[in-house]
Design a protein around this ligand. Structure first.
Ligand code: ATP
Length: 330
C-alpha cells in the first residue's frame, strides 16, 4: 500500500458512520457532573457538541454564547444562537464582553482570555458544574504546530488539555479525538444550520495558514497525523506533569523560596525547572528562554555571599536577598 493511502473507514466504528453525530460517540463514555454548560459559538463544532450533549443529558444542558463585539457579524451569530437554542429547548445565556487587547497582547489572545472569564462567570451564575468546549483533533494539531513554530517547550508541546480548570470552573474538551472532516460531513449530511466565522479565512493569522495550507498537505503525506500528533502531545503532557511534581517538591524542600546554595547544587536543568515553577505558581509570570538562561548564569556566578543579582524577568525583577531569590513585580 502506498504511504499516502487514506485508511479505509471501519464500518464497526460508529464515529465513521456519517449518519451518527460524531460528538455523540465522544460523549457516550463521559461521566460528568450535571448540569453542564456548552460554550456555543454557533459554529459547526460547538453545534454538534450542543446537539449531542442535549441528547445525552436531556434537561441538564445549558448554552452560553459570548458576544465579542469585535466584528459586524457578531449580532448575527447571537441571533442564530438564540433561534437555534429556542428550537432545541436549551436555555441560552448570552454574555457581552469587551475584548480589547492590552499592549503586547494579540487580539486573538485577548478575545480568548475575555471568553474564558465570561464562560466561567456564566457557568457559576447558572450553577453549571462544568463547561464543554468544541475544540477537535484538527484544532489540537494546529495548536501543536503553532507551539513548534514558536520554539515552545514541553508545556506548549502538550497541546490543549482535555480537562482543565479556570476561575474555579472545570472545562472539558470532549471532541479532541475527532477530526474536523467528520464534523463537517455530519453537519452537511444533516443540513444542520451553523454560522461561518469570516475571520477563519484570514490567512494573515498563523492558525488559519496552518489550517488551509499545512493540514491538507499533512493529510496527503501522513494520513494518521491527527492520531500520532495527539499521542505525542499526550507524551509531552505526561512528561510535563512529572516535571511539575519535581519542581513543586524542590521548591517545598527549600521552604517555598529559591535558596542560592541548594539551587547551585542541582544540575542547571533542575534549577531552571524549579525557577520556572516558582515564577509561574508564586507570581503568575513566565520567563522567556533567554531570561531564564541569564538568570541561571547569574545563579551560577553567585559563588560568594556578596555577589549581587538583579535581573529583569517577565514583568518584574529577580533579586538576590542574602541567601535567597525574591521576585518584585514592576
Ligand atoms: N463566541 C463564543 N461563545 C461561546 N463559546 C465559544 C465562542 N467562540 C468559541 N467558543 C468555544 O470555544 C471553542 C473553540 O473556539 P474556536 O474559536 O477555536 O472555534 P470556533 O471556530 O468558534 O468553533 P465552532 O466551530 O464551534 O464555532 C468552540 O468550539 C466553542 O466551544
Amino acid at each position: 500500500m502506498a504511504a499516502s493511502a487514506t485508511p479505509k473507514p471501519n464500518p464497526a466504528d460508529p464515529a465513521a458512520n456519517p449518519a451518527v453525530n460524531p460528538a455523540i460517540v465522544a460523549l457516550a463514555g463521559l461521566d460528568l457532573p450535571l448540569p453542564l454548560a456548552v460554550a456555543y459559538s454557533g459554529g459547526a463544532d460547538s453545534t454538534v457538541l450542543l446537539l449531542a450533549a442535549a441528547q445525552r443529558w436531556p434537561g441538564q444542558v445549558k448554552a452560553i454564547h459570548v458576544h465579542h463585539g469585535l466584528q459586524a457579524a457578531a449580532d448575527d451569530f447571537e441571533l442564530h444562537c438564540v433561534q437555534a437554542c429556542a428550537a432545541l429547548g436549551v436555555p441560552l445565556r448570552v454574555i457581552r464582553v469587551d475584548a480589547k487587547h492590552a499592549s503586547g497582547e494579540s487580539p486573538e489572545d485577548a478575545a480568548r482570555r475575555a471568553r474564558y472569564t465570561a464562560l466561567a462567570g456564566a457557568a457559576l451564575e447558572q450553577g453549571a458544574k462544568a463547561v464543554l468546549l468544541g475544540q477537535h483533533a484538527d484544532d489540537q494539531v494546529e495548536t501543536l504546530l503553532i507551539a513548534l513554530s514558536r520554539g515552545a517547550g514541553l508545556p506548549g508541546l502538550a497541546g490543549m488539555a482535555p480537562v482543565f480548570e479556570r476561575h474555579g470552573v472545570p472545562f472539558v474538551r470532549p471532541l479532541l479525538a475527532i477530526g474536523a472532516d467528520k464534523i463537517r460531513a455530519w453537519v452537511a449530511a444533516q443540513g444542520v444550520r451553523v454560522v461561518h466565522d469570516p475571520t477563519n479565512a484570514d490567512t494573515g493569522l498563523t492558525r488559519n495558514r496552518i489550517r488551509h495550507l499545512v493540514l491538507p498537505a499533512l493529510e496527503r503525506a501522513l494520513p494518521q497525523f491527527r492520531d500520532t500528533f495527539s499521542r505525542s502531545a499526550r507524551h509531552a503532557a505526561q512528561a510535563q506533569s512529572l516535571l511539575t511534581i519535581l519542581a513543586a517538591q524542590d521548591l517545598q524542600a527549600m521552604g517555598g523560596v529559591p535558596l542560592i546554595e541548594p539551587l547551585r547544587a542541582w544540575p542547571r536543568e533542575r534549577q531552571g525547572n524549579v525557577l520556572r515553577h516558582w515564577l509561574r505558581t508564586g507570581h503568575g509570570e513566565s520567563a522567556s528562554a533567554a531570561q531564564l538562561d541569564e538568570l541561571l548564569d547569574q545563579v551560577a556566578a553567585c559563588a560568594t555571599r556578596g555577589h549581587k543579582l538583579h535581573l529583569k524577568v517577565a514583568r518584574g525583577y529577580v533579586d538576590r536577598e542574602d541567601t535567597r531569590l525574591i521576585y518584585t513585580p514592576t
